[in-house]
Structures are given as C-alpha cells and as structure tokens.
Write a protein that binds this ligand. Structure first.
Ligand code: 6PG
Length: 474
C-alpha cells in the first residue's frame, strides 16, 4: 500500500523548524522535515509521540514526493543567501499551486523580490513572520502571514491550530499583501528593541540610584508584571535576576558583558521609518544604544577622561520605584504607538493593506512583545481601523497625561545624576513634539530658504514663497 502523504513540509530542522513541526504533529498533522544532517532527521523522527506521523528526509526530492498537493513547505533557514539557495534548488521540483513559505526573519524587500520572481511559475510564495522563540514555536507562537490570499487560505487552518491562543482566539491573522508578513514582523522586532531598552534604563536607575540588590530588582519587576504592563519582557526580566552564575553564588546578570548584539531587524525598522518617512525615535534610540554599547574600548577611555559618577538618587525608595514604573508604562505606550503608526503609514505607502486590528490581536499572545496593552489597543483599532496614532485616542491621552509627571520627575533625576536614559527621554520628546500644534521648525524652513532657496509655505495664505533674505553681495 502506498505511504500516506504528509500535510506539511519543513526545510531546516533547526530549533525553530523542528519545534514548529512538533507543534503541528500535536495538532494531528502529518509532518515531514528536510535536513542534510542525518542525525537531525533521525532525532526528529525519534521524538514522535504515539500515533504521530513524523518523517525526516535528507533530500529535497524526498520531501516533495511525500507531501500532499498543493504542497505546503516552509523554509526556516538563516535569512539572506540561504533562502535564495533553497528556492533555486526546490523550485524545479515544485508544481503549479504549491506554496513555498519563508518563515525566517527575511528583509521585506527580499521577500517582495522573491514573490515577483516566482509569480510566473504559478508557485505561491509567502513571507511569514513567526515570533516567540523556541518555546513559542513548540507550544504556540504568534504568526504573521502575508502575501497571496489564496495561499493564505490554504495554510490558515494549520497556522491557526499551532498559534498561541488568547481568549480562545489564535494569534495569527492575514497581515496584508506582498511582503506584509515580514514587514509586520520587522516592526514587531523594532518595538521589541524599544521596550528592551526602556526596561534596561529602569533597571539602571533602580540598581544604581537606589542601590538595590538583584533580589530586590527581581521582585520589583515581578510586581510590575500585572495589568497592562503584564508582558513577556517584564516577566523574563523578573526571572533573570534570580538566576545564579554556575561558578559562584552570585547572579549571572552581573557577569554578562554590556556589549549588546543585534541581528538587524531593529536597524531595518529604523531604515524603513526614515524612508517612509515616519518618526519612530524610540526604536531608533534602542538601535543606537546597542551600537553605542559595542564601543566598549572607547567607553573605557572616556570613563577615565570624564570620571563620571552615577550618583545615588536621594528620593524615597517607594516614590522612585513608582515614578520609574509610570515612566516605563509611558515609554512602552509610546513604543507601541510609534510602531503601529509606522505600520499604518506603510500600509498605504507600500500598498500592503495591513489590517491594524489583526496585527494587534496577533501580538496579544505568543510573541516577544505580548502584553496587556495589546488587548486594550485592539479595541481602539476595532473602533477606528484608520487610527493614525494611538496618541490620538482619548483613553490613551488620559492615561499618558496622568503618567507624565512621573516621567518628568524621572527624567530630571536622570539628568541631575548622570544616568543614561535615552529611551525615556526620547519618548518624552516625541510625545511633547507630537502634541504641539506649532513647532520651531518654521525657523528651519526660513534657514533652508535663506541658504538654498528651498521655499516655504505661510500660515496666513496659500502658496509657495521664496524670500531674498539679504541683499546680494557686490
Ligand atoms: C522573536 C524574536 C526573534 C529574535 C530576534 C532577536 O520575535 O521571536 O524577535 O525574531 O530573537 O530577531 O533579534 P536581535 O538578535 O536583533 O536582538
């Protein structure tokens, strides 16, 4: 009897690829995974629970031959050349109607180019963002599929079954046309960078300003992990302070080098923000701080030169703790607001038709930036799918106005005592600039016109104007 065909195929049995397939198998799907490593395919097959259908193959041809039509194949290989290499090897083996998915963190412009390149072959190419790391892949990630709607309809049932669930709803939805899936994932990562930066600033102020121990810091972050701030990033931060270094009885966090790495998605978000253009300074600041953190030698040299002291902050401990909490809340809202405003703009500019409510709902569970805020934001986008910026929403305005004095207090203490909190400061400046009906950029316009005849508009009448700002030099 012929072997029963499998529902889904994976190229790459790394941590993410194998865990996603195991997740699918838990939901009753027969799954096949390709990897060149025989050890990996054997280990994958050996992890089958009773009644599950898991197949490991070591050639792409075998993968293609064991899948049901139309074939649904995901690639989970490093972004960049590896994706193109798999596409060129697998394309001749595929048939019209088959669906090839890139589930990695590819740059959206690469995804768009691949969609175009495969269009005439009749092969559907989809870019799908997946968030949640190893555990998410295994037990419920947030999934951000975009592209061909016909192909989405074919795979949506499988994706819904494996995605994280919030209030019974799967954290997956159609993110829009073309490369929208990877674009939305990129912005997710940009927000991830911004929130991580803000949390590190809160940690710095509490640690050095109040002289708190890791135990005390851990319990503060655990306490903060409630209500709208209940979030994966605050939750893991609380846990990090408990973990001991294996070689001593001290906490591991104190032995970790402060040079922060980055794989590029934050930078891509900033680049796209500049291109749109849409201001996303909280994300830009976070990218900048990772870059600055890597200038370790220069920072050591400057430290000797400036002999900067991080002063103890002389404010009541409970008060400062509350101020920092409110400031972090404020910064988190601003980070989401910037990322979501960017998606709204990109949806139009890049013609992706990104449904913001779907995005926010998909981020409520499974992903790295999941938090209680997103449940609230989903209602705003439901009411007004065209909402240009969360800051224009009345309830957000009420809560930010209420938290503003705490942020101001933290910023002034930071400045007086030599702390480094560019995330909080930039959230404050963005907020203050965004809510002002007039900015001093009229002077910038005058300067541009002065030296470059770039023209300007007036506030009292229509038209484009140029002024001879000083008499011509003889
Ligand atoms: C996720 C993460 C994931 C990855 C980041 C790390 O959503 O699961 O965002 O995609 O951990 O890309 O990015 P950096 O190495 O740039 O911090």
């Amino acid at each position: 009897m012929a072997e029963e065909l499998y529902d889904f195929g994976m190229v790459g049995l790394g941590v993410m690829g194998s865990n996603l397939l195991l997740n699918m198998a838990d939901h009753g799907y027969g799954v096949a995974g390709f990897d060149l490593s025989v050890d990996k395919t054997k280990a994958f097959e050996a992890s089958a629970k009773s009644g599950q259908r898991l197949k490991g193959v070591n050639s792409l041809k075998d993968l293609i031959n064991c899948l049901k039509a139309p074939r649904k194949i995901m690639m989970l290989v490093p972004a960049g050349k590896a994706v193109d290499s798999v596409i060129s090897q697998i394309k001749p083996l595929l048939s019209k109607g088959d669906i090839l998915i890139d589930g990695g963190n590819s740059h959206y412009t690469d995804t768009q180019a691949r969609i175009e390149a495969l269009k005439d072959s009749g092969i559907h190419f989809m870019g799908i963002g997946i968030s949640g790391g190893e555990e998410g892949a295994r037990f419920g990630p947030s999934i951000m599929p975009g592209g061909d709607k016909e192909a989405y309809n074919e795979v949506s049932e499988i994706l819904k079954s494996i995605a994280a669930k919030v209030k019974g709803e799967p954290c997956v939805g159609y993110m829009g046309k073309g490369a929208a899936g990877h674009y939305v994932k990129m912005v997710h990562n940009g927000i991830e960078y911004a929130i991580m930066q803000l949390i590190s600033e809160a940690y710095d102020i509490l640690k050095h300003g109040l002289g708190l121990s890791n135990k005390e810091l851990g319990s503060i972050f655990k306490k903060w992990d409630t209500g709208e701030m209940k979030s994966f990033l605050i939750e893991i931060t609380g846990k990090i302070f408990d973990v001991k270094d294996g070689d001593s009885d001290k906490e591991l966090v104190d032995f970790i080098s402060d040079k922060a790495g980055a794989k590029g998605t934050g930078k891509w978000t900033s680049q796209s923000g500049l291109d749109l253009p849409m201001p996303i300074p909280s994300i830009d600041t976070a990218v900048m701080m990772r870059n600055l953190s890597s200038l370790k030698d220069e920072r050591h040299e400057a430290d000797k030169l400036y002999l900067t002291q991080l002063n103890q902050i002389n404010t009541d401990r409970r008060d400062l703790e509350n101020f920092v909490r409110e400031a972090l809340y404020f910064g988190m809202v601003i980070s989401y607001a910037q990322g979501l405003a960017m998606l709204t703009k990109a949806s139009e500019e890049l013609q992706m038709d990104i449904p913001l409510e779907e995005v926010v709902k998909s981020w409520r569970g499974g992903c790295i930036i999941r938090s209680g805020f997103l449940d609230v934001f989903a209602d705003f986008y439901k009411e007004d799918p065209q909402l240009r910026n969360l800051l224009l929403e009345e309830d957000i305005a009420t809560s930010l106005k209420q938290k503003l004095p705490a942020l101001q207090k933290v910023i002034s203490l930071v400045a007086e005592n030599n702390y480094t909190a560019p995330g909080l400061m930039s959230a404050f400046c963005y907020f203050n600039a965004y809510r002002r009906k007039s900015l001093p950029t009229n002077l910038v316009q005058a300067q541009r016109d002065f030296f470059g005849a770039h023209t300007y508009q007036r506030i009292d009448r229509e038209g484009t104007f140029h002024t001879i700002w000083e008499p011509a030099k003889a």
